[in-house]
Design a protein around this ligand. Structure first.
Ligand code: ADQ
Length: 468
């Protein structure tokens, strides 16, 4: 059996692949350790042209090589900050209003993909299987193919795939789909995403789509002169490791401090990267509506929102941060008392083990993205609960996780009155119902954990006939 080569925009550091149980880095690293291989991508550093061209830097952790390169300022601006995060991210999350398209950024995106593929080529052996991750790297297989690489190459999209009409707002949409067809296997988070891709192939590319298997989740595609497969691979967590971690840390000082400061109030927890796709402002408005329509809860329930800034050099991210700070201030001004602050908005990063133990302390996990590929926070929240007294997951119907976690209370994040009602229902939910919902969700998490996601994708990739 060949080795595995993983390519992602950012490469986990060797330390990130150890210790913190359950993270995606740990899951992917597990497969690399089994097969041996290379994890290749951007180091996260912006460097001079000389340093960039001297890469990749290799760190050996036998049998895995971590291979990273730095990006020049221009490459970072065009490939990462520009086309990836100011065009693809908003459009793929149905926020065309926030997207911009610049030809030179798109050219930079393709140029960096070609440059990275050229750098990787020297590390590839004939039997290696190659697994590319996410929207930054759509043209990567095409670039490898034009370097003469004949290995099997699979791609997993971590974010939603938009419907054809929305995708078409990106001027080079057809080139992007043509590039995706250079892979041998395309993995999507949900059936909806896969179907949106199939729709484009059938209606816009006039290709052939054959769907088969349970729920028609296996796709055979013929388009742009290539044959490829598609599949649905729902990313998961390792629920029992999270449960163990949350329980182990539940009497640590940070949890005791939080408990003491709540003075018996109920706790609603939300944890996200600060991103407009996560529905943070809408969530604050729903919480405000709860305090408005159910005065008994004023002074008796607190929302803790942890949301460290990301991509803060992209303009739309500055705007969402300002709006969120303004709204938290306004709502707190309306409902605070001398000893009560309804919303605690924390913009710092927290360690994973701390988050899991805080989840366990809270009565509600409030996860309300406007669009989200999967949303692992929803899964982590469930896994972290105390089975004898579990909290309730209140979940947006637009998170990929909604297709699996049928024990959640579902909300439409555009309906703040509906979200406020769901919060009220969750706050008053009897123990038996909470337990039943928790068990339904835990079964789903165990059935389809992070190992299943990874192993199914890789065995499907290995079964694709090697391209000639
Ligand atoms: P993200 O948009 O980052 O990921 P999500 O899946 O919710 O979204 O989180 C990924 C990881 O980051 C989780 O393990 C979570 O605990 C951690 N995380 C989130 N907010 C954090 C915070 N404030 N502090 C510390 N850790 C935090 C993208 C897609 C998702 C998809 C994942 C995986 O947007 O839809 O689920 O990839 O495929």
């Amino acid at each position: 059996m060949g080795r595995l080569i993983v390519v992602s925009n950012r490469v986990a550091t060797p330390t990130e692949t150890k210790g913190s149980a359950g993270g995606l880095a740990v899951g992917v690293f597990g497969a690399l350790k089994d097969a041996g291989g290379v994890w290749f991508g951007w180091s996260g550093d912006v460097v001079s042209e000389t340093v960039a061209n001297a890469g990749p830097q290799l760190v050996e952790e036998d049998p895995v090589t971590f291979a990273t390169v730095g990006l020049t300022r221009k490459d970072y601006d065009q490939y990462y900050r520009g086309f990836s995060n100011a065009t693809l991210w908003p459009v793929f999350h149905y926020r065309n209003d926030l997207a911009r398209y610049e030809r030179d950024e798109y050219a930079g995106y393709r140029r960096v993909n070609a440059w990275l593929a050229h750098k990787l080529k020297k590390l590839i052996e004939p039997d290696d299987n190659i697994w590319i991750h996410d929207y930054h790297l759509i043209p990567f297989a095409e670039a490898l193919r034009s370097e003469g690489v004949k290995n099997r190459i699979g791609f997993f999209l971590h974010i939603p795939f938009p419907s054809p009409q929305v995708l078409q707002t990106i001027p080079p949409h057809e080139e992007l789909v043509r590039s995706l067809c250079c892979y041998d296997l395309l993995g999507f988070q949900t059936r909806n995403d896969q179907q949106a891709f199939h729709d484009y192939i059938a209606r816009e590319a006039h290709g052939k789509v054959v769907e088969s298997g349970e729920n028609k989740e296996h796709g055979e595609i013929e388009a742009y002169g290539r044959k490829l497969r598609t599949g649905v691979y729902r990313i998961g967590v390792f629920p029992d490791e999270i449960a163990e971690q949350a329980a182990r840390y539940e009497s640590r000082q940070h949890v005791l401090d939080l408990k003491q400061s709540l003075e018996g109030r109920k706790l609603i927890m939300s944890v996200d990267r600060l991103d407009y796709s996560k529905g943070l402002v809408e969530r604050f408005h729903a919480f405000e509506q709860l305090l408005e329509q159910a005065p008994d809860w004023r002074g008796n329930v607190t929302l803790v929102q942890i949301a460290p800034p990301t991509r803060s050099d992209v303009a739309s991210y500055k705007a969402i941060r300002e709006e969120l700070e303004r709204e938290a201030g306004r709502i707190n001004g309306r409902f605070s008392g001398l000893d009560y602050t309804p919303i605690r908005y924390l913009s710092q990063q927290y360690d994973r083990w701390k988050l899991m133990s805080l989840f366990r302390e809270s009565q509600i996990g409030f996860v309300t993205p406007l669009h989200d590929g999967m949303n692992l926070v929803a899964k982590e929240y469930v896994a972290a609960q105390n089975p004898n007294d579990p909290g309730v997951l209140v979940l947006s119907i637009f998170a990929g996780a909604a297709a699996e976690l049928s024990g959640a209370l579902f909300v439409n994040p555009h309906d703040s009155a509906g979200m406020a009602e769901a919060l009220q229902t969750a706050l008053g939910m009897p123990l038996d119902e909470r337990k039943a919902r928790y068990h339904t969700n835990m079964e789903a998490l165990r059935r389809n954990d992070l190992g299943v996601w990874r192993d199914t994708f890789l065995s499907d990739l290995a079964s694709v006939p090697q391209p000639t």
